[in-house]
Design a protein. Structure first.
Length: 486
């Protein structure tokens, strides 16, 4: 089992389902973040409200103590008033009995010495009375609570108010108000429940909308898929409909049509190439077979040296054609350059010029170069490229052929010029097509197979260069540009 198989078990294969799942997952993360923020904000604001309520209650209790009145036990928040030198609480209420373990007061009494302190917030751990728990209805569990306090000195009350409270004259009273977190927590829990239900409904709605929107958006893609599936080798002209939307789907349809057109053109070119190759192979084979059959039919009247010469000539032609076809097949497959090295194009052109000058006596061939012209590639392939260009020039030249090599910044430019009749402007690209012959004077015996310029251009492209026919010139001038070797 591969590592991706477990993932494929739960990951949906449908694009619509994946889009809905991704949308719902993203929305879940966003909603969870928003819910956490709302929870914290609600709890924080509720706590602030409780603090304000506790402070208001604290000052109300302090006012009652200042008046010498013992507060009643009814209160919104638990409170306790204790005094130094007194064993029991002066007063308590608001559910404070839930924390009272017995007759003694729960919260510590203040020290007698020292001035009275203003209101402060302290933290104490308050025990629950034995036998009580939050489940008994008190709602006040044992734990640490924030407590707001304020001190009052009995000797500052005057008028026997301290005695009315049951405290000594020099005692210090401390008023405690317990900041219970239950209201804030209850409000936060209520808010969490509402957010959870709303979030769940929102996730379902988002997933449904994403699923429906993706399904609607993929309808043109499904139509494109169905139309593309109908394209076959027997009917390669089928094309997909391009929606008039200008969006990515329209761009996809346009690209598919362009791809189908290129494939159709490539298939047509391949069929034409096969037909031309078969035609070119049939001509020498027919000549060779006819000469051999005549020689075998009339052996006593056959000039066997001439027959052997004819057979050898046709065999060499077949061999050259087969090599050209194999080279074109390798170039079409874009195989890497075999044994790349640095080649001096100027020296190679000069050597080929000397070789042709010895064989083509009626013509004048010369090479003009300003210095070394290093290029990167295969020497044999560059020689084949130049030889094809020179062969073409020699075949059409009237008196002379000139080869020039120049260094143009990052490029090496090599031109092959002949003083022949030239090439019509409308055929400047057609001359590079395979098996193309522009005039009847280029016979199969002297004009080659029509693959020389096609092979030369493919070899130039194979080495990162270009081969073009210079337009507007009465003579033929082929320009080769190859990147200069660094």
């Amino acid at each position: 089992m591969t590592a991706t198989e477990p993932r494929r078990r739960w990951w949906p294969r449908s694009v619509r389902a994946r889009a809905a799942l991704a949308s719902a997952s993203t929305a879940a993360v966003v909603l969870a973040g928003i819910g956490w923020w709302v929870h914290r904000d609600v709890y924080h604001r509720s706590t602030e409200i409780i603090d304000a309520q506790a402070q208001e209650q604290l000052w109300a209790l302090v006012d009652q103590v200042d008046e010498g009145v013992v507060p009643g036990n009814r209160s919104a928040l638990p409170f306790e008033i204790v005094a130094s030198g007194r064993r029991s609480a002066v007063a308590y209420g608001g559910g404070m009995e839930s924390f009272n373990p017995g007759t003694r007061h729960v919260l510590p009494a203040p020290p007698t010495a020292g001035a009275a302190e203003g209101w402060k917030i302290r933290t104490f751990r308050l025990p629950v009375r034995l036998g009580q728990s939050p489940g008994d209805g008190s709602g006040l569990p044992e734990g640490s609570y924030r407590v707001m306090t304020a001190d009052v000195r009995a000797d500052e009350l005057g008028g026997g108010k301290g005695a009315a409270l049951g405290v000594a004259a020099g005692a210090k009273l401390r008023v405690y108000v317990v900041l219970v977190p239950q209201p804030a927590e209850a409000l936060a829990r209520t808010t969490d429940g509402l957010l959870l239900r709303a979030g769940a409904a929102g996730l379902v709605l988002i997933a449904a909308v994403a699923y429906a929107a993706t399904r609607l958006a993929l309808r043109p893609v499904e139509a494109i898929r169905v139309r593309t599936a109908s394209v076959t080798a027997s009917d390669p002209h089928e094309r997909v409909d391009v929606p008039d939307t200008g969006d990515e789907i329209a761009a996809l349809a346009t690209t598919i049509n362009a791809t189908l057109q290129r494939l159709d053109d490539a298939a047509a070119q391949q069929r034409r190439f096969v037909a031309d190759a078969a035609h070119e192979l049939r001509s020498p084979l027919t000549t060779l077979l006819a000469s051999l059959e005549v020689a075998l039919a009339y052996p006593e009247r056959t000039d066997w040296p001439a027959a052997a010469t004819t057979a050898a000539r046709q065999t060499r032609r077949l061999q050259a054609l087969a090599e050209d076809l194999l080279l074109l097949a390798r170039l079409d497959a874009r195989t890497p350059v075999v044994q790349p090295s640095t080649v001096d194009l100027a020296a190679l052109a000069s050597r080929l010029t000397d070789q042709y000058a010895l064989t083509e006596q009626p013509l004048t061939l010369f090479c003009d170069s300003a210095g070394p012209a290093p290029v990167h590639g295969n020497r044999n392939e560059f020689e084949r490229l130049l030889r094809n260009l020179v062969d073409n020039a020699v075949r059409h030249a009237t008196h002379r052929v000139r080869i020039t090599v120049r260094d143009q910044d990052d490029w090496i430019a090599l031109s092959v010029w002949d003083d022949g009749p030239g090439v019509p402007a409308e055929d400047t690209e057609r001359v590079f097509e395979r098996f193309v012959r522009l005039d009847d004077a280029r016979s199969r015996d002297h004009g080659g197979t029509g693959l020389g310029l096609a092979i030369a251009r493919d070899l130039a492209a194979h080495h990162g260069g270009t081969l073009t026919l210079t337009p507007g010139s009465p003579e033929a001038c082929f320009l080769l540009r190859v990147p200069r070797a660094r």
